[in-house]
Design a protein around this ligand. Structure first.
Ligand SMILES: Nc1ncnc2c1ncn2[C@@H]1O[C@H](COP(=O)(O)OP(=O)(O)OP(=O)(O)O)[C@@H](O)[C@H]1O
Ligand SMILES: [Mg+2]
Length: 341
């Protein structure tokens, strides 16, 4: 079966700004794909192009194997920035109007209201809704036609922590029922919790793509030993220099967790005294920050350019550059504005 989303060198320029830059994106059937990037990275523009709301400058896209203009939009539900509802109608009446227009039963309206847990407030006017309630109504609207693909632009935007958790659960449930989901986010933790696969977009380009499992697999073994130089030499000859990282009196070894005992035995056998041997989980946040910011200063931007869908592992990336400042969200990548140029 054709992939729900496939773009080839998809590009959108606004004058001097390249919002989306030769993007190759593939979303496979049944997966929850996280489109992750800082503000201004080009997420919304990409999603708008997929929905036919914005005309690409160049490149091509196919949805379910069909070219734009074909009937694929009937199979797609979307929640994009600021969904349009009638302010003086209730949430339920808004959905009923949409359902009538789309030839969907009114029973379905009650179903989706229940799914997003808005039944209780569904008789209230839209204009009295909180941001989170508006967002949930938006999701309900996107689900009305029982779409095969849901495109959600920052679906947890404006939700409180409990609302975010509910939204994540709802999305996972939809995916479990066979719906493919493409969602955008600038929150790594969120994408990590909801998605099967992640594409990182920065400056309009896909700079990395990996499954969440792959992203999590880049841990290292921390070794504190004495004498450290002997330890380094021993492990370098055993594993290769490139896999022995770190400076000072600690080493970070790029191995599998299960190799810890063997590493310890090798070191002790070389007369090294080991005072610490600890598995360190990968720092996904740092990986993400590096991908979306430092990447432009390192050779990786070039790599992404020559191979737009390059898979860059956190492991290889960690070696590429030093740690930038940490921030849970990535609104402000180091180096100022993130607008494409
Ligand atoms: N209609 C427009 N006219 C001019 N520039 C635009 C337009 N729409 C988007 N852009 C520019 O394109 C770039 C990408 O914007 P886009 O909204 O796609 O980013 P985003 O990743 O969705 O960001 P955010 O996380 O803030 O929602 C930005 O530099 C933005 O200013
Ligand atoms: Mg956006």
């Amino acid at each position: 079966m054709s992939n729900p989303v496939e773009t080839t060198a998809l590009t959108k320029r606004y004058g001097a700004i390249t919002a989306v830059d030769e993007l190759n994106l593939t979303v496979r059937g049944g997966e929850v794909y996280g489109f992750l990037g800082p503000n201004g990275a080009g997420k919304t523009t990409t999603l708008r192009m997929l929905l036919g709301l914005v005309k690409p400058t160049s490149g091509s896209m196919r949805m379910f194997g069909e070219a734009p203009g074909a009937g694929y939009l009937d199979r797609v539900g979307a929640l994009i920035e600021g969904p349009a509802f009638y302010p003086y109608l209730s949430g339920r009446d808004n959905l009923r109007a949409m359902a009538d227009h789309a030839g969907v039963s009114r029973a379905r309206v009650d179903e989706v209201l229940a799914t997003v847990e808005l039944t209780q407030r569904s008789a209230n006017r839209y204009r009295t809704y909180s941001l989170g309630m508006k967002q949930r109504l938006g999701l309900a609207a996107a689900m009305l036609k029982e779409p095969e693909l849901l495109i959600l632009d920052e679906p947890t935007n404006g939700l409180d922590p409990a609302g975010m958790a509910d939204m994540r659960l709802t999305i996972r449930k939809l995916a479990a029922d066979g719906c493919t989901v493409l969602l955008s986010s600038h929150l790594l933790a969120e994408v990590e919790q909801i998605c099967d696969r992640v594409g990182v977009i920065s400056g309009g380009r896909l700079v990395a793509e990996a499954s969440v499992t792959e992203l999590r697999s880049g841990g290292t073994l921390r070794v504190v030993a004495d004498p450290i130089d002997t330890a380094r030499a021993c492990l370098s000859s055993l594993l290769g220099e490139g896999r022995v990282l770190g400076a000072g009196d600690a080493l970070d070894i790029d191995v599998e967790q299960a190799q810890a005992a063997q590493i310890n035995a090798e070191l002790v056998g070389s007369g090294v005294s080991v005072s610490e041997l600890r598995w360190r989980e990968p720092d996904l946040e740092q990986t993400f920050l590096e991908l979306t910011s430092v990447i432009h200063k390192s050779g990786y931007a070039q790599q992404a350019r020559t191979s737009p869908s390059a898979v860059i592992s956190p492991r290889s990336l960690r070696r590429a550059s030093g740690p930038p400042s940490l921030d849970r969200a990535v609104n402000s990548p180091p180096g100022g504005g993130s607008d494409a140029g």
